[in-house]
Design a binder for this molecule. Structure first.
Ligand code: FE
Length: 212
C-alpha cells in the first residue's frame, strides 16, 4: 500500500508479528468435514510471532465503517465474494472477531480518505465472515491483494494481505507474473478462488489467530 495514514502505517508495521497463519479453505462440499482437520494440520506450521504492539487496538477503534458490502456505484469492477472463518490456534471457531478489509479499486488506486473499499465486520457465532466487494487491481509492481486486519476483543492484532491465484482473470492482469515479482506475495495467504460467474468470483480464506 502506498497510501497510508499514520494508523495504517502502525497497523502494517505490525504485519506478521502476531500469530499469522492463513488457511486456504478446502472445496465447499467437503469443507465442513475437513476444515477442523485442515486447521489442525495448518496450525502445525511455524507461526510468526513477534513483539506486542501497544496502543494498537483496532477492535475498539477500527477506523472504518462497519459494512460487509464494499461495492459502490460508479466504481465498477469484477465482483468478488470472499468468505471464510476465523479459528483460534486450537481450531475452535471464534465469534465476534473484527475483520477490517481495505483494498485498491479496479485501477489499482486507493482512496486516500480510506473510505472507499474499506470496511470492517465481525464474525458470527460460527466464526464466519462474508465480504462482498470487487477484485482489486495490482499497482506499481504489487500483485493484486487485499489488506486485512483481524482482531478478537482483547486479543493480539493480526495484519496481513490476501493474494490471488494465477487463475484470476481481471483487468488484463498477469497474476502469475505479478505474484512472482512481488516480494510480499505469499502462497499461504492466497485465497481459494472459485470459477468466474456473471457476478464475478467467489473466494474463500480462513484465518487462524491467537485468542489473546
Ligand atoms: Fe496495498
Amino acid at each position: 500500500m502506498h497510501v497510508m495514514t499514520r494508523r495504517w502505517v502502525l497497523v502494517l508495521g505490525a504485519a506478521g508479528l502476531i500469530v499469522a497463519l492463513g488457511l486456504a479453505s478446502g472445496p465447499l462440499a467437503s469443507r465442513s468435514a475437513s476444515v477442523a482437520a485442515a486447521c489442525r494440520e495448518h496450525a502445525k506450521l511455524t507461526p510468526r510471532r513477534g513483539l506486542p504492539q501497544p496502543g494498537v487496538d483496532l477492535y475498539r477503534d477500527p477506523g472504518s465503517a462497519q459494512r460487509s458490502d464494499l461495492r459502490e456505484a460508479g466504481y465498477p469492477g469484477v465482483g468478488l465474494m470472499l468468505s471464510g472463518r476465523v479459528f483460534d490456534t486450537g481450531c475452535r471457531p471464534m465469534a465476534r472477531v473484527m475483520l477490517d478489509f481495505f483494498h485498491a479499486d479496479s485501477h489499482g488506486r486507493y482512496d486516500r480518505r480510506q473510505i472507499r473499499f474499506h470496511g470492517h465486520q465481525y464474525t458470527d457465532e460460527e466464526g464466519r465472515y462474508l465480504l462482498r466487494t470487487i477484485v482489486p487491481k495490482g499497482y506499481l509492481r504489487r500483485a493484486p491483494h487485499i489488506h486485512v486486519a483481524v482482531q478478537a476483543e482483547g486479543g493480539p492484532l493480526l495484519t496481513t494481505q490476501l493474494f490471488f491465484p494465477p487463475t484470476l482473470r481481471a483487468y488484463g492482469m498477469n497474476v502469475a507474473a505479478l505474484n512472482a515479482h512481488d516480494p510480499g506475495f505469499s502462497k499461504v495467504l492466497t485465497v481459494r478462488l472459485g470459477s468466474r460467474r456473471s457476478s464475478g468470483y467467489s473466494a474463500m480464506f480462513d484465518f487462524v489467530i491467537a485468542r489473546g
